[in-house]
Ligand binder design. Structure first.
Ligand code: FRU
Length: 540
């Protein structure tokens, strides 16, 4: 439907049509990044799930390939569900995925490329002995899904983990295997957190405490921390936690029980789910893919004929400065889409003001902004007992002494539509400052069939750091990264007026006391080529 076509994104991964959900089995092989995804061949809502497949040289431009796997066996006839790839030392690839059987039982299956000499990995073979795992005793037959990438143990075995639940406790089961065909279940679980419910799409990987390189999934040692991520089915958000992993027992413990999996920090405070990382041996980095669903209605999705995008892949690193969170940042390749730049140096944004920024067009942008706060006001302003939270605040129109201030993206000239992305600083008892990072959908669209929430969270700011934000704007998605990627918010917005040439960009400061000085770089972003594969295009 052309009426909704402005919502289509220009540089985010999307299939040509229909419903998409989780990223599956990402990997780099013989010069190509491979991306598989949950896809419905029959419509713009979830169902009839098969594996879509696309390849890229740079994680930004994509060629759509034929479906990798369809629902054609009794053990996956109700859906070829989420799975992960493992690259073996000899370079061969194994894929483990969940099948929903003819009786809707969740089982794990093995698949591998038909031809390892084909860099495009076009054809996939399902192992004749599938399924290789069925729900173990005590586990519900619909609570056993999404196997991880395998890692190698010092006992010479491969180990995987699979999310589940026991009553309301989210858990992750652990299995060892030598050949990916037969498995033994370890005693106990990798980890369990009461009250968190079913754990979908568990991810488990090492991060370095000392280096800025990513680590292959099997790496372990004194310089390493391990991340556990679970996608909470009940809550529809991706929670991670940093901790240590003991190989002998196959158990992991969080560094801080207060920020355990599912009750502490999230990858993203907007819409971001069922994510998965992979180790990119090409650029020695760990890359995170996350599924960005819609916040409009199912009806609107059916009208426009598609639903969901994938976030720009993010590199993931341990934050050495805070020691308590990860750093997520858009892969550097997205910067190749940058076209003309507009520079704004030290713009003063007085308390209670809105300033238009003259940019060419405002629907495809990469924005990097820094804010400096008036130190004297910071010192002199009264301490407050306010307990701030983005979610319960009035968004961009909330007024405090020291915020909100930031940007209005995808706004129209009259500001009847606008999406504020901003900081809010609170001076608490004792004179300590807490900084929050929020995005406000409440005025993002005059349409009434879309979700309108204020989302966001606390962001760690160290002494003498400026406040900084990076925002990627792409028609109906706004991805925001505060303080170098310590806290991120992805928002889907559906403007009806702030579209194409009518979209504008503003600075705003709705604080009552503080004026801020903003310095920004704003790039127009090119569109990416994301289109069907033609054999002659790949002959290099
Ligand atoms: C997560 C999920 C997975 C499942 C897949 C089915 O979004 O529910 O647990 O494997 O999607 O499409």
């Amino acid at each position: 439907n052309s009426m909704l076509s402005w919502q289509r994104t220009a540089f985010h991964f999307q299939p040509e049509k229909n419903w998409m959900n989780d990223p599956n089995g990402p990997l780099f092989y013989k010069g190509w990044y491979h991306f598989f995804y949950q896809w419905n061949p029959n419509g713009a809502v979830w169902g009839d799930i098969v594996w879509g497949h696309a390849v890229s040289k740079d994680l930004i431009h994509w060629l759509h390939l034929p479906l990798a796997m369809v629902a054609d066996q009794w053990y996956d006839i109700n859906g070829v569900w989420t799975g992960s790839a493992t690259i073996l030392p000899d370079g061969k690839i194994v894929m483990l995925y969940t099948g929903s059987t003819n009786e809707s039982v969740q089982v794990q299956n093995l698949a591998y490329p038909a031809d390892h000499n084909d860099p495009l990995l076009t054809k996939w073979v399902k192992y004749s002995g599938n399924p290789i795992l069925v729900p173990p005793p005590g586990i519900g037959y619909k609570d056993f899904r999404d196997p991880t990438t395998a890692w190698y143990t010092s006992q010479g075995k491969w180990r995987i983990t699979i999310g589940s639940k026991l009553n309301k406790t989210g858990i992750s089961l652990v299995y060892d295997t030598k050949d990916f065909k037969t498995y033994e279940q370890l005693n106990g679980v990798l980890h369990a957190v009461p009250g968190t419910g079913m754990w979908e799409c568990v991810d488990f990987y090492p991060v370095s405490k000392t280096s800025d390189k990513g680590l292959d999934t099997s790496v372990n040692g004194p310089d390493v921390k391990h991340v556990v991520k679970a996608s909470l089915d009940d809550d529809r958000n991706d929670y991670y936690s940093l901790g240590s992993y003991e190989e002998k027992t196959g158990k992991w413990v969080p560094d801080n029980q207060k920020i355990d999996v599912g009750i502490g920090i999230r990858y993203d405070y907007g819409i971001f789910y069922a994510s998965k990382t992979f180790y990119d041996q090409n650029k020695e980095r760990r890359v995170l893919w996350g599924w960005i669903g819609e916040s409009d209605s199912e009806n609107a999705d059916m009208q426009k004929g598609w639903a969901s995008v994938q976030g720009i892949p993010r590199t993931v690193l341990f934050d050495k400065k805070t020691g308590s969170n990860l750093i997520q940042w858009p892969v550097e390749e997205v910067e190749n889409l940058r076209l003309s730049i507009t520079d704004f140096d030290k713009v003063e944004v007085k308390a209670g003001s809105v300033l238009p920024l003259q940019v060419v067009t405002a629907t495809q942008l990469d924005i990097v902004a820094e804010f400096e706060l008036d130190k004297k006001v910071l010192e002199s302003v009264a301490e407050s007992n306010e307990v701030f939270s983005c979610n319960t605040s009035a968004g961009g129109s909330h007024r405090g002494a020291l915020g909100p201030f930031g940007l209005l993206v995808l706004a129209d000239e009259t500001l009847s539509e606008q999406t504020p992305v901003y900081f809010y600083v609170a001076k608490g008892p004792g004179g300590n400052f807490d900084t929050f990072f929020c995005a406000d959908q409440t005025r993002s669209s005059v349409a009434n069939d879309v979700k309108k929430k204020v989302t966001g969270s606390y962001v760690p700011v160290l002494k003498d750091e400026k406040l900084s934000v990076r925002i990627l704007v792409d028609h109906s998605i706004v991805e925001s990264f505060a303080q170098g990627g310590r806290t991120t918010i992805t928002t889907r917005v559906y403007p009806t007026k702030a579209i194409y040439g009518a979209a504008r960009l503003f600075l705003f400061n709705n604080a009552t006391e503080i004026s801020v000085t903003a310095s920004l770089k704003v790039w127009q972003m090119n569109s990416a080529f994301i289109r069907p594969y033609h054999p002659d295009e790949t002959s290099n």
